[in-house]
Design a protein around this ligand. Structure first.
Ligand SMILES: C[C@@H]1O[C@H](OP(=O)(O)OP(=O)(O)OC[C@H]2O[C@@H](n3cnc4c(=O)[nH]c(N)nc43)[C@H](O)[C@@H]2O)[C@@H](O)[C@H](O)[C@@H]1O
Length: 436
């Protein structure tokens, strides 16, 4: 180490009382010049599956940014999962969860330089800050949409500082609840455009703060869902998406369930699943387990989207018809329906072999949590012979994507439950095929 670096760190983190000693200033600093950590978070009410899409926007951006000076050491920090609105099991601890609870972060890291939040804390501690409770965030940007997206009918990419902005009004964001983060500046920003515009914002910040050698900077973006994809559905999108493999324990539980309850296994399903995503190739010969899978979104959809969400009776009629058409005798139901709704659905599906995953014990539920249970549902739907989803549900979209990666024929995947069983005026989800 050199003492100038240590002095600089002292200054960056304003460690007035907690002076760094020579021993706290490790050699590793010299190897990691100009490290920039980009933290982000999404509007608290948004659900799990939109959050996955926001991650892809940022991962594609960070991967490309890391190729340019002075961003070679940029890191995207994955926001800890706060308690999501749809995670109803109030007896479970579901705060500040790492992404490794649900995803294979090592696999994601082979696409873009990402860190789970605890890894970020470890990383920071390498800079001799282990003893101090705070990590200084240089600037937190809270994003807002522009009121008028089109100036004289034209959509321009732009951002603009909102002068009246009170931090106290925005403290409910999960990220800001991490007690060790301390925001030096808090800026509200109107933002319109693709994620690449964030590159301009960061450059502007670095110009202001004249980045020194061996400097460390931490920035945070709140409401990152405001930034748009650079290119939705292109090769890079799909590479980032394919790198988001689920955590192994969840994959295992889904596999065991398919074997036990659906008489299905890998050999029968014949899906594409090489050990690493980088080995996946264009493939359209997956067969899938001998069952129909249906995602029936209820809850807020049943209340607020009545024009497009079928009643349970209508859904059951459509399920029966499709099973007859495909000569299938088992249906797997993924749903957020209440106990009462499930009883009704079963009544409408009498004499149909209907299956639904529930954790086998309290211990298993405590291990997988509500988020893991939803992922297991998605995995089981992804491996079915045929799938039908809910109109405009991101939960359904993620299953479509998973099936595209596994290599199913499109007609077995991009199906939508109609409002009415007669299928007149049915609204269908769009088809976004995989690109390699
Ligand atoms: C319109 C928007 O739609 C968004 O929902 P949508 O895209 O379906 O999908 P998500 O954003 O994931 O939110 C739905 C959440 O409900 C639970 N859920 C839904 N379907 C299932 C299921 O089949 N199995 C299990 N286990 N859980 C399910 C799960 O926690 C999931 O993340 C909402 O998040 C927004 O708040 C908003 O309402």
């Amino acid at each position: 180490y050199d003492t100038t670096t240590c002095d600089k760190l002292q200054e960056i983190f304003s460690l007035k009382e907690n002076q760094l000693t020579k021993h706290q200033c490790p050699k590793s600093i010299g190897k990691r010049a100009n490290t920039i950590y980009l933290l982000y978070d999404v509007n608290p009410p948004e659900g799990f599956n939109l959050r996955r899409d926001v991650y892809i926007r940022l991962a594609v951006f960070i991967r490309q940014l890391a190729r340019r000076k002075p961003f070679q050491n940029v890191r995207l920090v994955l926001p800890p999962w706060g308690r999501l609105f749809h995670w109803k099991s109030s007896h479970l601890h579901q705060y500040s969860l790492p992404w490794s609870q649900f995803f294979d972060v090592a696999s994601m890291r082979r696409y873009a330089p990402v860190l789970d939040f605890s890894e970020f804390l470890d990383d920071i501690s390498k800079f001799g800050l282990l003893e101090t409770p705070y990590i200084q965030v240089q600037n937190v940007f809270k994003l807002f949409h522009f009121q008028d997206m089109f100036e004289q009918g034209v959509f321009h990419e732009k951002f603009q500082i909102i002068s009246e902005c009170r931090k106290e009004e925005h403290l409910h964001d999960f990220l800001l609840q991490q007690p060790m983060l301390w925001e030096k500046n808090f800026t509200c920003l109107r933002y319109q455009g693709s994620v690449n515009l964030l590159g301009d914002l960061l450059r502007q910040q670095l110009n202001h703060a004249a980045m020194q050698t061996n400097d460390v900077k931490v920035f945070a973006i709140l409401n990152a869902e405001v930034v748009l994809h650079d290119q939705w559905g292109d090769r890079e999108f799909w590479r980032a998406r394919r790198s988001m493999r689920f955590a192994e324990p969840l994959v295992k539980i889904a596999e065991e369930y398919r074997m036990r309850e659906l008489n299905s296994n890998k050999a029968l399903e014949r899906v594409q699943r090489p050990p690493i995503w980088e080995e996946e190739r264009p493939f359209r010969a997956a067969v899938g387990g001998n069952y129909l899978a249906v995602h029936i979104r209820r809850g807020d959809f049943a209340r607020g989207r009545q024009n497009t969400t079928p009643t349970l009776k209508s859904a059951a009629t459509q399920i029966r018809a499709r099973m007859e058409l495909l000569n299938l005798t088992t249906v797997y139901i993924a749903t957020d329906a209440s106990g009462m709704e499930l009883t009704n659905l079963k009544a409408y599906l009498q004499r149909v072999r209907m299956r639904r995953f529930t954790p086998e014990s309290l211990a298993q539920k405590a291990l997988i949590l509500d988020g893991g249970q939803a992922i297991i549902d998605q995995l089981i739907c992804a491996h079915a012979r045929h799938f039908i989803g809910t109109f405009e549900s991101t939960f359904t979209y993620r299953i479509y994507e998973e099936r595209e990666i596994l290599g199913f024929l499109r007609k077995t995947t991009f199906n939508t439950l109609c409002k009415n069983a007669s299928r007149g005026n049915c609204e269908y989800n769009s088809i976004w095929p995989i690109v390699y």
